[in-house]
Write a protein that binds this ligand. Structure first.
Ligand SMILES: Cc1cc2nc3c(=O)[nH]c(=O)nc-3n(C[C@H](O)[C@H](O)[C@H](O)COP(=O)(O)O)c2cc1C
Length: 185
Protein backbone atom coordinates (compact mmCIF):
# COMPACT_ATOMS: atom_id res chain seq x y z
CA UNK A 1 0.00 0.00 0.00
CA UNK A 2 1.83 3.04 -1.27
CA UNK A 3 0.72 6.49 -0.19
CA UNK A 4 2.30 9.56 -1.76
CA UNK A 5 2.36 12.71 0.35
CA UNK A 6 2.37 16.18 -1.21
CA UNK A 7 2.84 19.36 0.81
CA UNK A 8 1.94 22.80 -0.51
CA UNK A 9 4.28 24.76 1.75
CA UNK A 10 7.99 25.24 1.10
CA UNK A 11 8.71 26.88 4.46
CA UNK A 12 11.38 25.09 6.53
CA UNK A 13 9.25 25.54 9.67
CA UNK A 14 6.02 24.67 7.88
CA UNK A 15 3.11 23.51 10.04
CA UNK A 16 1.76 21.54 7.08
CA UNK A 17 5.07 19.83 6.39
CA UNK A 18 5.03 18.83 10.07
CA UNK A 19 1.65 17.19 9.55
CA UNK A 20 3.02 15.20 6.62
CA UNK A 21 6.12 14.23 8.65
CA UNK A 22 3.91 12.94 11.44
CA UNK A 23 1.71 11.13 8.94
CA UNK A 24 4.78 9.34 7.55
CA UNK A 25 5.80 8.32 11.08
CA UNK A 26 2.30 7.05 11.86
CA UNK A 27 2.29 4.90 8.71
CA UNK A 28 3.53 1.39 9.48
CA UNK A 29 4.22 -1.59 7.17
CA UNK A 30 2.65 -2.94 5.05
CA UNK A 31 1.68 0.66 4.37
CA UNK A 32 4.30 3.19 3.35
CA UNK A 33 4.09 6.92 2.93
CA UNK A 34 6.70 8.71 0.87
CA UNK A 35 6.86 12.46 0.49
CA UNK A 36 7.46 14.06 -2.88
CA UNK A 37 10.07 16.68 -2.08
CA UNK A 38 10.33 18.09 -5.57
CA UNK A 39 7.34 20.40 -5.94
CA UNK A 40 9.53 23.50 -5.59
CA UNK A 41 11.67 22.38 -8.52
CA UNK A 42 8.75 22.05 -10.95
CA UNK A 43 8.79 24.78 -13.59
CA UNK A 44 5.64 26.86 -13.94
CA UNK A 45 3.10 24.97 -15.99
CA UNK A 46 3.33 25.77 -19.68
CA UNK A 47 1.29 23.81 -22.22
CA UNK A 48 3.94 24.38 -24.92
CA UNK A 49 6.61 22.78 -22.73
CA UNK A 50 4.22 19.96 -21.85
CA UNK A 51 3.63 19.24 -25.52
CA UNK A 52 7.18 19.63 -26.82
CA UNK A 53 9.64 18.64 -24.10
CA UNK A 54 8.13 17.34 -20.88
CA UNK A 55 10.65 18.06 -18.12
CA UNK A 56 12.02 14.99 -16.36
CA UNK A 57 10.85 16.26 -12.99
CA UNK A 58 7.28 16.46 -14.28
CA UNK A 59 7.50 12.94 -15.68
CA UNK A 60 8.83 11.84 -12.30
CA UNK A 61 5.92 13.43 -10.46
CA UNK A 62 3.43 11.85 -12.83
CA UNK A 63 5.06 8.44 -12.38
CA UNK A 64 5.05 8.78 -8.59
CA UNK A 65 1.35 9.67 -8.62
CA UNK A 66 0.62 6.81 -11.02
CA UNK A 67 2.45 4.30 -8.81
CA UNK A 68 0.71 5.43 -5.61
CA UNK A 69 -2.40 3.71 -4.28
CA UNK A 70 -3.52 6.98 -2.75
CA UNK A 71 -2.44 10.55 -2.07
CA UNK A 72 -2.35 12.58 1.11
CA UNK A 73 -2.27 16.27 0.22
CA UNK A 74 -1.50 18.74 2.96
CA UNK A 75 -2.09 22.38 2.16
CA UNK A 76 -1.53 25.75 3.71
CA UNK A 77 -4.21 28.39 3.18
CA UNK A 78 -2.99 31.46 1.34
CA UNK A 79 -5.51 34.22 0.60
CA UNK A 80 -8.39 31.77 1.01
CA UNK A 81 -6.98 29.31 -1.51
CA UNK A 82 -4.24 26.70 -1.73
CA UNK A 83 -0.63 27.60 -2.48
CA UNK A 84 0.72 28.36 -5.95
CA UNK A 85 3.20 25.52 -5.52
CA UNK A 86 0.44 22.96 -5.15
CA UNK A 87 -1.76 24.49 -7.85
CA UNK A 88 1.18 24.39 -10.25
CA UNK A 89 1.80 20.71 -9.49
CA UNK A 90 -1.87 19.92 -10.11
CA UNK A 91 -1.77 21.76 -13.44
CA UNK A 92 1.09 19.49 -14.55
CA UNK A 93 -0.94 16.46 -13.42
CA UNK A 94 -4.06 17.36 -15.43
CA UNK A 95 -2.55 16.28 -18.75
CA UNK A 96 -1.00 13.06 -17.44
CA UNK A 97 -4.29 11.74 -16.11
CA UNK A 98 -2.60 9.72 -13.35
CA UNK A 99 -4.74 11.30 -10.65
CA UNK A 100 -8.02 10.16 -12.22
CA UNK A 101 -9.77 7.66 -9.89
CA UNK A 102 -6.97 8.04 -7.35
CA UNK A 103 -8.15 8.19 -3.72
CA UNK A 104 -7.02 11.50 -2.20
CA UNK A 105 -7.22 12.64 1.42
CA UNK A 106 -6.85 16.31 2.31
CA UNK A 107 -5.48 17.97 5.41
CA UNK A 108 -4.68 21.57 6.29
CA UNK A 109 -3.09 23.33 9.23
CA UNK A 110 -3.42 27.02 9.96
CA UNK A 111 -2.77 29.28 12.93
CA UNK A 112 -6.30 30.63 12.33
CA UNK A 113 -9.44 29.15 13.87
CA UNK A 114 -10.73 28.31 10.40
CA UNK A 115 -8.02 25.63 10.06
CA UNK A 116 -7.51 26.05 6.33
CA UNK A 117 -11.12 25.13 5.48
CA UNK A 118 -11.18 27.33 2.39
CA UNK A 119 -7.94 25.88 1.02
CA UNK A 120 -9.24 22.32 1.39
CA UNK A 121 -12.57 23.25 -0.22
CA UNK A 122 -10.72 24.87 -3.10
CA UNK A 123 -8.49 21.82 -3.54
CA UNK A 124 -11.39 19.37 -3.33
CA UNK A 125 -13.16 21.16 -6.18
CA UNK A 126 -10.05 21.18 -8.38
CA UNK A 127 -9.28 17.52 -7.67
CA UNK A 128 -12.87 16.51 -8.39
CA UNK A 129 -12.64 18.17 -11.79
CA UNK A 130 -9.47 16.15 -12.37
CA UNK A 131 -11.39 12.94 -11.62
CA UNK A 132 -9.74 12.13 -8.29
CA UNK A 133 -11.72 10.28 -5.63
CA UNK A 134 -11.56 12.90 -2.90
CA UNK A 135 -12.42 11.31 0.43
CA UNK A 136 -15.35 12.91 2.26
CA UNK A 137 -13.28 12.63 5.43
CA UNK A 138 -10.53 15.22 5.84
CA UNK A 139 -8.49 16.85 8.58
CA UNK A 140 -8.62 20.48 9.63
CA UNK A 141 -6.09 21.69 12.17
CA UNK A 142 -7.10 25.11 13.49
CA UNK A 143 -4.83 27.01 15.90
CA UNK A 144 -2.09 24.75 14.63
CA UNK A 145 0.72 26.57 16.42
CA UNK A 146 -0.72 25.15 19.65
CA UNK A 147 -0.78 21.60 18.30
CA UNK A 148 2.47 21.34 16.37
CA UNK A 149 5.95 21.76 17.79
CA UNK A 150 9.46 20.94 16.63
CA UNK A 151 8.22 19.75 13.24
CA UNK A 152 5.72 17.20 14.60
CA UNK A 153 2.05 17.07 15.54
CA UNK A 154 2.15 17.00 19.35
CA UNK A 155 -1.54 17.33 20.18
CA UNK A 156 -2.89 13.84 20.98
CA UNK A 157 -6.43 14.26 19.54
CA UNK A 158 -4.95 15.70 16.35
CA UNK A 159 -2.52 12.77 16.04
CA UNK A 160 -5.45 10.40 16.52
CA UNK A 161 -7.46 12.21 13.85
CA UNK A 162 -4.49 12.03 11.49
CA UNK A 163 -4.20 8.27 12.10
CA UNK A 164 -7.91 7.93 11.41
CA UNK A 165 -7.57 9.80 8.14
CA UNK A 166 -4.69 7.54 7.10
CA UNK A 167 -6.86 4.49 7.85
CA UNK A 168 -9.69 5.96 5.78
CA UNK A 169 -7.29 6.60 2.91
CA UNK A 170 -5.87 3.06 3.08
CA UNK A 171 -9.39 1.63 3.04
CA UNK A 172 -10.35 3.75 0.03
CA UNK A 173 -7.14 2.75 -1.76
CA UNK A 174 -7.76 -0.95 -1.11
CA UNK A 175 -11.32 -0.60 -2.39
CA UNK A 176 -10.10 1.19 -5.51
CA UNK A 177 -7.61 -1.59 -6.16
CA UNK A 178 -10.29 -4.26 -5.68
CA UNK A 179 -12.60 -2.44 -8.06
CA UNK A 180 -10.02 -2.18 -10.83
CA UNK A 181 -8.99 -5.81 -10.37
CA UNK A 182 -5.40 -5.21 -9.30
CA UNK A 183 -5.77 -5.90 -5.57
CA UNK A 184 -3.11 -8.51 -4.91
CA UNK A 185 -2.99 -9.24 -1.18
C1 LIG B 1 0.56 35.26 1.84
C2 LIG B 1 -0.14 34.62 2.98
C3 LIG B 1 -1.52 34.50 2.97
C4 LIG B 1 -2.20 33.86 4.01
N1 LIG B 1 -3.55 33.71 3.95
C5 LIG B 1 -4.18 32.97 4.90
C6 LIG B 1 -5.58 32.68 4.80
O1 LIG B 1 -6.26 33.09 3.88
N2 LIG B 1 -6.14 31.89 5.75
C7 LIG B 1 -5.41 31.37 6.79
O2 LIG B 1 -5.97 30.65 7.62
N3 LIG B 1 -4.09 31.65 6.93
C8 LIG B 1 -3.47 32.43 6.01
N4 LIG B 1 -2.12 32.69 6.12
C9 LIG B 1 -1.39 32.18 7.28
C10 LIG B 1 -0.91 30.77 7.01
O3 LIG B 1 -1.98 29.88 7.33
C11 LIG B 1 0.29 30.48 7.90
O4 LIG B 1 1.37 31.31 7.51
C12 LIG B 1 0.69 29.02 7.86
O5 LIG B 1 1.64 28.79 8.86
C13 LIG B 1 1.22 28.62 6.48
O6 LIG B 1 1.41 27.24 6.41
P1 LIG B 1 2.82 26.56 6.71
O7 LIG B 1 3.09 26.75 8.19
O8 LIG B 1 2.61 25.12 6.39
O9 LIG B 1 3.88 27.24 5.88
C14 LIG B 1 -1.46 33.35 5.10
C15 LIG B 1 -0.06 33.49 5.12
C16 LIG B 1 0.59 34.10 4.08
C17 LIG B 1 2.09 34.22 4.11
Amino acid sequence: MKILGLCGSLRSGSLNAAVLRSAAELTLPPRELTVDPGLDRLPFFNADVEQNALPGIVAGLRAAVGAADGLLIVTPEYAHGTSGVLKNALEWLVGGGEIADKPVALASASPAVTGGDRARAWLAETLAVMGARVLPQDLRIPQATLKIADGRVTDAPTREALSGLLDDLARAAAEARENDGTYAS
